[in-house]
Design a protein around this ligand. Structure first.
Ligand code: NAP
Length: 520
């Protein structure tokens, strides 16, 4: 049930506080009706960060990994228990269809549950071994051992508007399991879901005091209070990322920063794949899903579709057919498969991106993205319909290769079928979160993957035999690293135990082998 409009308070230093100053109204992006208000000025962030460091940190670090894992399991259970309520909130505040909302909320619970399981394997240790002991002296008595230990700071988790549950879950699971208290700041426009999730967790009393705090509203001087042992984990646009990376306090205190930013992900069709085959159908389904799931507002979404020139017409026809079947409109309606963009600003940016592409490419589907959404009053909502463009100049098309259009928009670009050329086109995006390729040809893959992998955080290989098992390239799995080089921010999250390293400090221990053995 959607609640009456409420004020989203922040949870800082153990207290819910609405803040003051000018209000920001959160709206339903399908109807433009208000759903909640955030004030969020006048909050004492310096005190909150200190509260996390001094209260939450020691309490978390007193727990073993296994005990922290039990807390994560309880967070996952509480989240899952409120699934229906959260889906309603995501529909109302983020323009999600029911399917989009489930993707976000279930992604969060699954990630928390995954790290709860992983914690069991880490047992009762407080120091984690990094590699094997090494002999340092003439005998084995003098030994060295690298180890990981929790950083004695606070993890500031700043998230983007598109995944208010999952974006939080993936960062928070790793930080808490590593032993770092968390201050999370969702994007203001879609903060309702995060606010409700944190409220549920606080009410359930799962975590020690100070281990979890929430900032609703603008960041204000939050970053000014970071210190050396803290971690800033950011997901959002590269403009904000640049600002944070160069922030005076971050530089002065050498605050560890992880950036997850824009990405121009590619899907590459190899010449051996027939579109009627399992791999060919997977390719078309993956591209169409990525264009329209969450209205294309996924950092991992396919933006560049690289296909052999002789296949381009066939690919465009296949995608047209799929896109035409997507009902766009009020995400609360069952028949609707794609809702609006999250904000008026996003709609403006996406329209500008389409115009930029239109000046450099040819139309394939959807025109300018203008659409009459089902079940919506004329002129209301931040809707943009699916738009497909095409170009024969894959390497030279700056509009396609240099600008992320964060909406239901992709461009089909042609190449000769040569794997090295395909990899060069992928690299032209200056670093991506995920590159997908579709081939059953080992020789083609052996020439494409090693080159293309240098500019991607993850390479997804679609083929006949895995097609029926695949969640698609757009799903960030906790088992695998999420993050990519260059434009994508050069960050790394998740990847099972690797995801903890952002929140852990590596230390080299040196001494008597038998004493070291008792520590790690
Ligand atoms: P954004 O405008 O950069 O905002 C991201 C977050 O940063 C929000 O919580 C925002 O808060 C906060 N913020 C803005 N200015 C800040 C400042 N000066 N100090 C501290 N925090 C600040 O990005 P967005 O529009 O929400 O997200 C869209 C972008 O995120 C896309 O480009 C997409 O590619 C990227 N993204 C990347 C990934 C990934 O994993 N690589 C995942 C999802 C999205 P307010 O909302 O209060 O301004």
């Amino acid at each position: 049930m959607v609640r009456a409009m409420e004020i989203l308070a922040s949870y800082l230093s153990g207290t819910w506080t609405p803040g003051d100053g000018p209000a920001t109204t959160l709206v339903n992006p399908a109807t433009e009706e208000p759903v909640a208000i955030v004030y969020g000025h006048g909050l004492d962030f310096g005190r909150a960060l200190a509260f996390g460091r001094d209260r939450g940190g020691p309490a978390l670090r007193a727990l073993t990994f296994a005990e922290r894992g039990e807390r994560l399991a309880a967070l996952a259970k509480a989240l899952h228990g409120a699934r229906e309520e959260l889906i309603e909130l995501a529909i109302a505040n983020a323009g999600n269809t029911r399917g989009d909302a489930k993707f976000d909320i279930d992604g969060a619970s699954a990630t928390l549950a995954f790290y709860a399981d992983l914690a069991r394997t880490l047992g009762s240790a407080r120091l984690l071994a990094d590699g094997e002991p090494v002999q340092l002296g003439r005998t084995a008595r003098l030994s060295g051992q690298h180890a990981w230990v929790a950083r004695p700071g606070v993890a500031l988790l700043i998230n983007a508007f598109n995944f208010p549950a999952w974006g939080l879950g993936e960062k928070l699971a790793c930080a808490l399991l590593a032993g770092m208290p968390v201050v999370c700041k969702p994007a203001t426009a879609t903060a309702h879901v995060t606010h409700r999730v944190v409220t549920l967790w606080v009410e359930a009393g799962i975590l020690p005091e100070g281990a979890l705090q929430l900032v609703c509203g603008p960041a204000g001087d939050l970053v000014d209070h970071l210190r050396g042992p803290d971690v800033l984990a950011f997901t959002g646009s590269s403009d904000t990322a640049r600002l944070l990376r160069g922030h005076a306090r971050v530089l002065a205190e050498s605050v560890r920063v992880n950036i997850e930013a824009d990405s121009l992900n590619s899907a590459v069709l190899a010449p051996d794949v027939d579109l009627g085959s399992e791999a060919g159908r997977l390719f078309l389904a993956d591209v169409a899903r990525d264009m329209t799931q969450k209205a294309g507002q996924k950092c991992t979404a396919i933006r560049r579709v690289i296909v052999p020139a002789e296949r381009a017409d066939e690919v465009v026809d296949g995608l047209r057919e799929r896109l035409a079947a997507v009902v766009v409109g009020d995400p609360a309606r069952d028949e609707v498969r794609m809702g609006p963009l999250a904000t008026a600003a996003q709609q403006r940016d996406v329209r500008a991106g389409i115009a930029r592409l239109a000046a450099a490419t040819d139309e394939a589907y959807g025109g300018t993205g203008a659409i009459n959404p089902v079940g919506i009053a004329a002129g209301k909502g931040y809707f943009v319909g699916p738009v497909l463009r095409r170009t024969a100049d894959a390497l030279g098309c700056d509009a396609m290769n240099d600008h992320e259009v964060f909406g239901p928009v992709a461009t089909v670009a042609t190449y000769s079928g040569d794997p090295e050329l395909a990899a060069a086109i992928v690299a032209r995006g200056h670093g991506s979160l995920v590159t997908s390729c579709y081939s059953n040809d080992k020789d083609w893959l052996a020439r494409f993957v090693p080159v293309a992998a240098g500019s991607a955080g993850r390479v997804y290989i679609g083929s006949d035999k895995m097609a029926s098992l695949s969640p698609g390239p757009g799903t960030a799995l906790p088992q695998l690293q999420h993050g990519g080089p260059g434009r994508a921010g050069d960050g790394a999250e998740l990847g099972a135990q690797r995801g903890l390293s952002l929140y852990l400090q590596r230390v080299a221990l040196q001494g008597d082998a038998s004493l070291l053995k008792g520590l790690v």
